[in-house]
Ligand binder design. Structure first.
Ligand code: FAD
Ligand code: SF4
Ligand code: SF4
Length: 476
C-alpha cells in the first residue's frame, strides 16, 4: 500500500502571546523529538541532485539527507550532514528567511504544506547541543600561517571556522565587548537566544580561534598593522551604521536608531536596569518607522520593555512590507498596531527637548519604483500628529567606515560597500571581505556563504601568492 502523505505541517509549539510580551524568552519553542520525526516523515526524499529545496539554500545544505537521518533517529548523522556546509545550524534554523529560500520550492507545496526545513534544522542543532553531541571535526595540521578576521558576525565566524580547520592560526578582532555581530546586538533574545551564539563562539574557541574583543580596527590597530602581522585579512565588518531621515526635530531626545535601541536592550540588558547600568527610557507610546525585520524586532522589544502602545508607521501598504510573514504575524498577535500609508514629516519636542509628537502625512500609492513596489505620494492637507514618548528609526543601515576611511587602497561603491571580486578579494592585496560589508544589509546565511567562499579563496591566495592586477567587481 502506498505511504499516506501527511499534507499539513506539524505545528511548532509557541509561547502564548499574552505571556510572551512580558518576557524575553524564545517565542517558538521548537519541535520535540517525536514532533520532529512526524514532520520529517512528510518529506518525499527527493534525490539529492534534483531536490529543489537544496537549490534554494545559499549554502547548499543536503536537506533530504539530514531529514532522512532524523527519521533514522541518528541526530549525530543529521548534524554531520548539515555541518558539511553550514557551521551555524542553530542560528540559521531560527533566522533564515526559509520561505524565500530552502522552503520556497519544496515540492510538498504542491500536495499540501511545505516541509518545515528551518525548524527541523533547528531541532537537530538544539538536540545535539543539549545532549553534547558533536560532529567529527577534521582538522588539518597547523601550517604556520596566520589570518586576521575583522568582525565577529556570521561572515567572520564562518570564515574563521573554515580557516582554523584548514590549519591556519586565526584571530578575530571585534569592536564590541561580546562576539557575534548582529546575532548578539541586533536580533532579540526572543528570536535567537544568546546562549546559542555563545555556544558557537565557544566551539570556535575550542577549535583554537582567538578572539580580541573591544578592538576597533582603524583605531586600536590599523589595517596596515594587521597586514604586517598576518598573511591575509578578512573584513566582515557588517553594515551597522544607521540611516535617519533628515527631518525637523530629528535630534530630539527619545529618537533612536533601531541599532541603538536594540543594542541597549540586547547587549546591555537595558530591560534589567538598574541591575544592569544602561537604562532605556520607558514611556507609554512608541512609534517605529519602517516595516522590515528590524522594525518588527524593535516594535516587539518595545512591548517587552513595557511600552503600552507600539506603532509601526509605514509609507506603503501591508503587501509591500519587507519583514518576514512570520515576524509580522507574531507582531500582530502581540498587539503591535500598524499604520499604513503614512510618512513622517517631523517631530515636536517638549521644554526638555524630548520628543512628544511624531508629525505624519497620509500617502496614496503611485507608479512602481525601481524596486517594483508602488511609490508612495503624500496627499496634501492630510498632516496629523501622533503623540509619542519615543521613536525608533528602522529604515536601513549602511557599512561602518571606521576601518577603511584611512585606507585609500580599499575601493568602495556609491553605497559605501566594499568592492570585491568573485573570490571576495578587495582592491588591496591580501585583504578579503564578505557579508553585509560587501552586500549592504542582507541575511545571516548569505554572510555565512561569503565567509565560506572567502576562506577558500584566502587558502588559495596564501598557498599561491597570486593576486590579480585588477579586481573585477562582483555585483550583488
Ligand atoms: P554583522 O553581523 O553586522 O557583524 C559585523 C561585526 O563587525 C560587528 O560585530 C561589528 O561590531 C564588527 N565591526 C565593525 N567594524 C569593526 C571594526 N572596525 N573593528 C572591529 N570590529 C568591527 N538576517 C537574517 O537572515 N534573518 C533575520 O531574522 C535577521 N534579522 C535581523 C534583525 C536585525 C535587528 C538586524 C540589524 C539584522 C537582521 N538580519 C537578519 C540581517 C543579518 O543579521 C545580517 O545580514 C548579518 O548579521 C550580516 O553578517 P556580517 O557578519 O556581515 O556582519
Ligand atoms: Fe534553509 Fe537556511 Fe538551513 Fe539553508 S541554511 S537549509 S536556507 S534554514
Ligand atoms: Fe523533502 Fe521538500 Fe526537499 Fe523534496 S523538496 S526533499 S519534499 S524538503
Amino acid at each position: 500500500m502506498p505511504k499516506q502523505i501527511r499534507k499539513k505541517r506539524i505545528k511548532v509549539p509557541e509561547q502564548d502571546p499574552e505571556a510572551r510580551i512580558h518576557n524575553f524568552n524564545e517565542v517558538a519553542l521548537g519541535y520535540t523529538f517525536e514532533l520532529a520525526i512526524e514532520e520529517a516523515s512528510r518529506c518525499l526524499q527527493c534525490p539529492q541532485n534534483f531536490a529543489p529545496c537544496i537549490k534554494g539554500c545559499p549554502v547548499d545544505v543536503n536537506i533530504p539527507g539530514f531529514i532522512r537521518k532524523i527519521l533514522e533517529r541518528d541526530i549525530k548523522g543529521a548534524l554531520e550532514i548539515i555541518q558539511e556546509t553550514n557551521s551555524l545550524p542553530g542560528i540559521t534554523g531560527r533566522v533564515c528567511p526559509q520561505e524565500e529560500q530552502c522552503e520556497m520550492n519544496c515540492v510538498m507545496g504542491k500536495l499540501g504544506d511545505k516541509i518545515n526545513i528551518g525548524k527541523l534544522e533547528r531541532f537537530v542543532a538544539d538536540y545535539a547541543r543539549k545532549q553534547g553531541i558533536m560532529s567529527e571535526i577534521k582538522m588539518a595540521p597547523k601550517n604556520g600561517k596566520k589570518v586576521a578576521i575583522v568582525g565577529s558576525g556570521p561572515a567572520g565566524l564562518t570564515a574563521a571556522a573554515d580557516l582554523v580547520k584548514m590549519g591556519y592560526e586565526v584571530t578575530i578582532y571585534e569592536a564590541l565587548h561580546e562576539p557575534g555581530g548582529v546575532l548578539v546586538y541586533g536580533i532579540p533574545e526572543f528570536r535567537l537566544p544568546k546562549e546559542i551564539v555563545r555556544y558557537e563562539v565557544k566551539y570556535l574557541q575550542m577549535l583554537g580561534v582567538k578572539f580580541e574583543t573591544n578592538a576597533v580596527i582603524g583605531k586600536t590597530k590599523t589595517l596596515y598593522e594587521l597586514l604586517d602581522e598576518y598573511d591575509a585579512v578578512f573584513l566582515g565588518t557588517g553594515a551597522g551604521t544607521p540611516k535617519f531621515l533628515n527631518l525637523p526635530g530629528v535630534n530630539l531626545k527619545g529618537i533612536y536608531s533601531a541599532n541603538e535601541f536594540l543594542t541597549r536592550i540586547n547587549l546591555m540588558k537595558a530591560f534589567k536596569f538598574p541591575e544592569y547600568d544602561t537604562p532605556i527610557k520607558k514611556g507609554k507610546r512608541l512609534a517605529v518607522i519602517g516595516a522590515g525585520n528590524v522594525a518588527m524586532d524593535a516594535a516587539r522589544s518595545a512591548l517587552r520593555v513595557g511600552y503600552e502602545e507600539v506603532y509601526i508607521v509605514y509609507r506603503r501598504t501591508r503587501e509591500f512590507m519587507t519583514a518576514r510573514e512570520e515576524e509580522i504575524a507574531h507582531a500582530e498577535e502581540e498587539g503591535v498596531k500598524f499604520m499604513f500609508l503614512v510618512s513622517p514629516t517631523g517631530f515636536i519636542g517638549d521644554e526638555n527637548g524630548h520628543v512628544r509628537v511624531l508629525k505624519l502625512i497620509m500617502n496614496e500609492l503611485g507608479e512602481p519604483d525601481e524596486s517594483g513596489r508602488r511609490r508612495p505620494r503624500p496627499i496634501p492637507g492630510t498632516e496629523f500628529g501622533l503623540e509619542v514618548d519615543a521613536v525608533v528609526f528602522a529604515i536601513g543601515q549602511k557599512p561602518n567606515k571606521v576601518l577603511y576611511q584611512e585606507v585609500p587602497e580599499l575601493k568602495v561603491t556609491k553605497w559605501g560597500t566594499l568592492v570585491v571580486d568573485d573570490k571576495y578579494r578587495t582592491t588591496m592585496k591580501g585583504v578579503f571581505a564578505g557579508g553585509d560589508a560587501v552586500r549592504g544589509e542582507a541575511t545571516v546565511v548569505l554572510a555565512m556563504g561569503d565567509g565560506k567562499k572567502a576562506a577558500k579563496a584566502i587558502d588559495e591566495y596564501i598557498k599561491t601568492g597570486e593576486w590579480p592586477a585588477k579586481i573585477k567587481p562582483q555585483n550583488f
